[in-house]
Design a protein around this ligand. Structure first.
Ligand SMILES: Cc1ncc(COP(=O)(O)O)c(C=O)c1O
Length: 388
C-alpha cells in the first residue's frame, strides 16, 4: 500500500499495549501514568453556556489564555496571553514542535532516559535523537556542552521537574547552567512540565525558560495530572518568534482545542478551589508514595537501587544485576502484574538494560504489597535463569 515514507517508522507505543493488557480487573498495574481514580474532581456542567458548542479560536479561549499567562508569570516565565496556545494535551505541543522543526535526519537532543511518547513522535518524523545522560540533579553538563558544540541540534527537549520516567528534579544550579549553555549555543528549548504541581516536599524551582536570555523556547503544561486527563486540555507558551508558526500548525491539525474541556479547565485554573484541590492531591499522593517506598524496601531492597521521588508519579528502579526488563513483561502479566520496562525510554534501548518504571499513584493500596511481591519474584526468577 502507498503509505507515506514516515509510516515505516511508526512504532506502536509499548505503554498502550501494556495498558490494554492491564485492562483486566485482576491486573495490578504499575504501568501507566494515571491519576488516582479517587482524586478525579467532580465537574459541574450546569453553568456551561450553550454557545460553547460553537467553533472557537485556534489560539484557545481568551479568558483561559489570560489565566494561563498569569500562572506562568507567577512562576517567573515572562509572557503575555498572546503567547499562549491552548492545545489538546501537552502531547499536542510535542506534535506541533515536531512538525515545526523535524525533517528526516534533523538532530535533536534529549535526556536519557526521556518521555516515551515524545521519542515516538520525534522518531516518526525521522529525527536523529542524541542523548545527554541524566544525573541526580540534572543533565551531565560536560556531555551537554559537547553535544551542543558538536551537533548544533535543532532543539533540546527537557522535563526538568519530576521527570517521566526518572523522577529527577534539576537543582537550581543545574537549571542556571543548562539555560546559560542554551543561550551560548542559541539552541531552542522545549520544556515540558506536566508534574510541576505534584511536589511532595514543598520545593519548587523556576522553569528553565524563565532563565533564558536569548534562546527561543516553548514551555508546555497540562491539566492532565492535576484535573482530568480525559479533558485533553494542555497549553504551550512560546517565545514570540515561534508562536505564529505553532499557531498555523495548530490550525491545520485540528482548528482548535475542544471548547468544553477548555471551559471546564477555566473553572479551576487560578481559583481558590484549584489551590485546595492541589493541596489534597499532593497529600494523597505523598501518602501513596510513602506506602510504595515502604513496600519497595520490603521486596526490592536486595534487587534494585532507587531514589525516593520528591514529586511526580513514578519510582525509577535500577536493577543491581541488569537484564533486559522487556523480557519480564510476559511473565509479570501472567502473574497479573503490569509494569513499564525502562529500555523504551532511551533512544538506544539495547544500551540501557535494567530499569523499571513503577507508577505509584494508581494502584489500590490494598493490592500494593501483593503486586510488588509478585513483581520481585518475577525479577528474581529471571535473574536466576540468567545466572544459570
Ligand atoms: C513528560 C510528559 N509529557 C507530556 C505528557 C502528555 O500529557 P497530556 O495528557 O497533557 O497530553 C505526559 C503524560 O504522561 C508526560 O509524562
Amino acid at each position: 500500500m502507498a503509505f507515506s515514507e514516515r509510516v515505516s517508522r511508526l512504532k506502536s507505543s509499548l505503554i498502550r499495549e501494556i495498558l490494554a493488557a492491564a485492562q483486566r480487573p485482576e491486573v495490578m498495574s504499575f504501568a501507566g501514568g494515571l491519576p488516582a481514580e479517587a482524586m478525579l474532581p467532580k465537574l459541574d456542567w450546569d453553568e456551561m453556556p450553550l454557545n460553547i458548542g460553537q467553533y472557537g479560536m485556534s489560539e484557545g479561549e481568551p479568558q483561559l489564555r489570560e489565566l494561563l499567562a498569569a500562572e506562568a508569570r507567577a512562576l517567573g516565565v515572562p509572557c503575555e496571553a498572546s503567547q499562549v496556545l491552548v492545545v489538546s494535551g501537552s502531547q499536542q505541543t510535542l506534535d506541533l514542535a515536531t512538525k515545526l522543526y523535524i525533517d528526516k535526519g534533523t538532530k535533536i537532543l534529549l535526556e536519557g532516559p526521556t518521555y516515551l511518547a515524545a521519542l515516538q513522535i520525534f522518531q516518526l518524523f525521522g529525527a536523529e535523537c542524541l542523548t545527554v545522560p541524566l544525573e541526580a540533579d540534572g543533565p551531565n553538563l560536560a556531555a551537554l556542552r559537547a553535544s551542543l558544540e558538536q551537533h548544533r541540534p535543532s532543539f533540546i527537549y527537557l522535563i526538568p521537574t519530576f521527570q517521566n520516567p526518572s523522577a529527577v528534579r534539576y537543582s537550581e544550579a543545574r537549571r542556571d547552567a543548562v539555560a546559560a549553555l542554551l543561550d551560548e549555543f542559541g539552541v531552542t528549548l522545549i520544556e515540558d512540565e506536566p508534574y510541576r504541581e505534584l511536589s511532595f516536599d514543598g520545593g519548587s524551582a523556576r522553569p528553565l525558560v524563565s532563565r533564558l536570555q536569548s534562546a527561543s523556547w516553548i514551555y508546555t503544561g497540562t491539566v492532565s495530572k492535576t484535573l482530568l486527563p480525559g479533558l485533553r486540555v494542555g497549553y504551550l507558551i512560546a517565545s514570540p518568534d515561534l508562536f505564529p508558526h505553532l499557531l498555523k500548525l495548530k490550525q491545520s491539525a485540528d482548528l482548535h482545542t475542544n471548547r468544553i474541556g477548555q471551559w471546564q479547565a477555566m473553572q479551576w485554573i487560578g481559583s481558590e478551589k484549584y489551590q485546595q484541590h492541589l493541596v489534597q492531591l499532593r497529600s494523597f499522593y505523598r501518602i501513596r508514595r510513602d506506602a510504595f517506598q515502604a513496600a519497595l524496601e520490603r521486596y526490592f531492597s536486595d534487587l534494585a537501587d532507587w531514589q525516593v521521588p520528591q514529586g511526580g508519579l513514578f519510582f525509577w528502579l535500577t536493577l543491581k544485576q541488569p537484564l533486559d526488563t522487556r523480557t519480564l513483561l510476559a511473565q509479570a502479566l501472567e502473574q497479573d502484574v503490569a509494569f513499564m520496562p525502562g529500555e523504551p525510554f532511551f533512544c538506544e534501548p539495547d544500551l540501557h538494560h535494567g530499569h523499571l518504571r513503577l507508577n505509584f499513584s494508581h494502584i489500590d493500596p490494598a493490592r500494593l504489597d501483593e503486586g510488588l511481591m509478585r513483581l520481585a519474584a518475577v525479577v528474581r526468577l529471571a535473574q536466576r535463569a540468567q545466572a544459570a
